[in-house]
Design a protein. Structure first.
Lengths: 338, 385
């Protein structure tokens, strides 16, 4: 029903929202914090701990933007959003930035009025089944009942995959994550379909015995997850874009939260531009010159964020794979910061 | 001038002016909201309009009364959702009424245990949030065994955590004829019942209405069935691959939603029935007893017809509540109107359009129920002959 509220907000909050069009950065600076839309709770991407402190790969984007704007990664307020609520929340101006494992698609980029920052996680939709079924491939799922979460591209991807392979299935679509996971683990469905990173998270956190479940190898969709902002504010889009790039660039340059202080004195021209010793970047983006320094100092580079939230140091234990740097055979590549 | 002042001072004119002002105010606020929304959407580059409804839905729906596949349109998906909502509401209203009536009467029973049990039922079901009850029912059903260890309470009837699988007659061209005969029989039964009542009211002569009605409503399709050569082949559920194939399925989602809605609403209906019965003076019962009527007859012929006048108006709002509460289906995965509209809104991004369509449909459905119940209420009102 929050969808309704957001829709109503779009109707009522018309005047103030219209007034800030084009000046999100000024509005954010003025109120003193960033309002960031995140997932209700997705381990590894955005989830609050028992003290209510948010962490995750997406949360790190929010924190990096706050570090760039305010020099303080803590100046973020989080708005947990369901899949349905996220677009209206951004369109209505309720949030400044949407960092909520959102797949970049053509229609979202155009008809829904969004602008996407660079992709911060390359994901793909897969199926998880009980190991007892002894399945080796998603092609063996003909006739299966499949649990899916609504309000995403998930339902459509499953339907597309089954149509393409001339197979039948019955969907069970449950809005609440926990209820859907419970339905799967109680055997209501033969398979559960979601982005493979999410399946790994569900298996690690909620399965009675994680070893009893396998993720089938087929990726049935491309899910490039990226932060998004409203269309029509180039200045703000640029800042978010280059915040994401700065984290990748830092990893390329070998800068991390541990060595960035020492790097401030480096003679390397790329590093000097990065930390703001050679000024220009900050002014161009409308923030302090040490914006990128603050990001790396307080949040870390992309690799640190990855390992901490979804990689080896987390419960998900995802490999870097396509999310590695281009130099390591992955897809992460930052244009030069100059 | 003098007459103008007098006109302005008259309560009647002023009443008109105030009403016009209020109406104008409402219109201005409404216009402001609509135009502002459209303005904002356009400024943000969000496409508006209902053209998306004719695009391919490209998602599947778990259960549907009409054939549906991912290649059908969003509009058809919306209709599937609407039909699912109407189905669960209609069956729910029926079950809730029967259960509510039984519990309401039981609560007034002179048997201490029966009345206490009815009271306990009412207090429990209407004081626990419906959403929780739905999740409890759904969880209970989810604890049933999987398809491979299915329970078989009756031959060829299977109970699993995928739902209740029942044999179902295979389709046959003669079935249309039988259905038509049933329709004719039911209409005939109505006409006969009406005629018999009128005759009794004018002449006092009784007519064996129940037998005639049963004969028409069941006999006609029965005759058609025999005449067509008894075309009945059962489609029996059989374990095949992941699940049972064949027969019909009562899904866990539908069952949980139906039971949850019916039980919850029955709690309220029971109280309405009780208050209705208590509103009929005890003298009526005594008069009935004095005439030599049996207690069942007194309840059926004297108490309930009078109690209905008190019962129907609040009952209407319970029916409306049940219909609207069916939207909680999204929590347990029944593909109702809201669930499918949410999916559509997300795939297309047309949130405002889908929300307005949902609101319009619920409004129309609710108003229709309301209109029907008001008509029913007028008929139950006191008629003086």
């Amino acid at each position: 029903m929050k969808t309704l509220i957001s829709a109503a907000l779009l109707a009522v909050a018309a005047l103030p929202a219209a007034a800030v069009a084009g000046t999100t950065l000024d509005a954010v600076k003025q109120k003193g914090y960033l309002q960031c839309g995140v997932n209700l709770g997705l381990y590894g991407f955005s989830a609050p701990d028992e003290k209510g402190k948010w962490s995750g790969l997406d949360v790190d984007v929010c924190r990096a933007v706050a570090a760039a704007v305010f020099g303080d990664a803590e100046k973020v307020k989080y708005t947990p959003l369901s899949a349905q609520q996220r677009l209206p929340a951004l369109q209505s101006g309720e949030i400044d930035l949407l960092a909520r494992n959102t797949t970049r698609t053509l229609s979202r980029d155009t008809a829904n009025g969004l602008n996407f920052a660079p992709i911060n996680f390359y994901d793909g939709q897969a199926f998880m089944v009980s190991a007892k079924l002894g399945l080796k491939s998603a092609k063996e799922l003909n006739g299966a009942t499949i649990c899916v979460l609504p309000g995403t591209t998930t339902e459509q991807n499953v339907a597309d995959y089954f149509r393409a392979n001339k197979m039948q299935f019955k969907p069970v679509v449950i809005e609440k994550n926990e209820e859907m996971h419970k339905a799967f683990f109680s055997g209501r469905c033969d398979a559960i379909s979601s982005d493979s990173s999410q399946l790994a998270g569900i298996r690690a956190a909620e399965a009675p015995n994680p070893a009893d479940y396998v993720i089938l190898p087929e990726q049935v969709s491309k899910e490039p997850l990226a932060p998004a902002v409203r269309q029509g504010d180039e200045e703000w889009t640029n800042l978010i874009t280059w915040t994401v790039y700065a984290m990748i660039q830092a990893e390329e340059l070998g800068l991390n939260s541990g060595n960035i202080d020492a790097a401030a004195a480096s003679p390397n021209p790329d590093v000097k531009r990065f930390v703001g010793a050679t000024p220009g970047n900050g002014k161009a983006l409308g923030v302090e010159e040490n914006w990128a320094f603050n990001i790396v100092k307080q949040v870390g580079n992309y690799g640190e964020s990855f390992e901490r939230n979804v990689g080896a140091q987390s419960k998900l234990k995802l490999a870097r794979g396509v999310n590695g740097l281009h130099t390591a055979g992955g897809l992460m590549y930052s244009p030069p910061l100059k | 001038m003098h007459s103008l002042a007098r006109t302005l001072n008259s309560a009647r004119t002023r009443g008109y002016i105030y009403q016009a002002l209020i109406l104008g105010g409402v219109a201005v606020v409404g216009w402001f909201l609509v135009s502002n929304t459209l303005d904002n959407l356009e400024r943000r580059g969000v496409a508006t309009g209902f053209a998306f409804l004719s695009r391919e839905a490209s998602f599947e729906i778990g259960e549907s009364l009409i054939p549906f596949s991912a290649a059908d349109t969003y509009l058809r998906a919306f209709i599937v959702g609407l039909l699912n909502t109407l189905t669960v509401s209609a069956v729910g209203v029926l079950l809730a009424s029967v259960l509510g009536l039984a519990v309401g009467i039981a609560r007034l029973s002179s048997n201490w245990i029966v009345s206490r049990m009815a009271a306990a039922f009412v207090e429990i079901v209407r004081n626990i949030p419906l959403l929780l009850q739905l999740i409890v029912w759904y969880t209970i059903i989810g604890k049933l065994p999987g398809p491979r260890d299915a329970l078989e309470p009756l031959p060829d009837v299977f109970l699993t955590n995928r739902g209740l699988k029942l044999p179902w007659p295979q389709e046959d061209p003669a079935h249309g004829l039988i259905l038509a005969a049933a329709a004719v029989g039911i209409v005939g039964a109505f006409i006969v019942a009406r005629w018999a009542r009128r005759r009794r009211e004018t002449t006092g002569q009784r007519f064996p209405t129940p037998y005639a009605v049963a004969g028409l409503a069941l006999g006609l399709p029965g005759l058609a069935f025999i005449a067509a050569g008894m075309p009945l082949v059962w489609d029996v559920p059989r374990l095949q691959g992941f699940n049972f194939a064949g027969g019909v399925t009562l899904t866990p989602e539908f069952a949980a939603l139906l039971v949850g809605l019916s039980v919850y609403t029955a709690g309220f209906i029971a109280e309405i029935v009780r208050s209705g019965i208590l509103s009929v003076p005890h003298g009526q019962t005594e008069a009935g007893l004095a005439l030599g009527l049996k207690p069942g007859q007194i309840l059926r012929l004297i108490i309930l017809p009078q109690a209905l006048r008190v019962i129907v108006p609040p009952l209407t709002s319970q029916y409306l509540n049940l219909t609207k509460n069916s939207s909680l289906a999204v929590a347990i995965g029944y593909p109702d109107l809201v669930s499918i509209s949410n999916t559509t809104a997300n795939q297309t991004g047309q949130v405002i359009e889908m929300v307005s369509m949902m609101m319009a449909v619920y409004l129309v459905v609710s108003l229709a129920i309301s209109a029907f119940m008001n008509w029913r209420n007028q008929r139950a009102a006191l008629v003086t002959r």
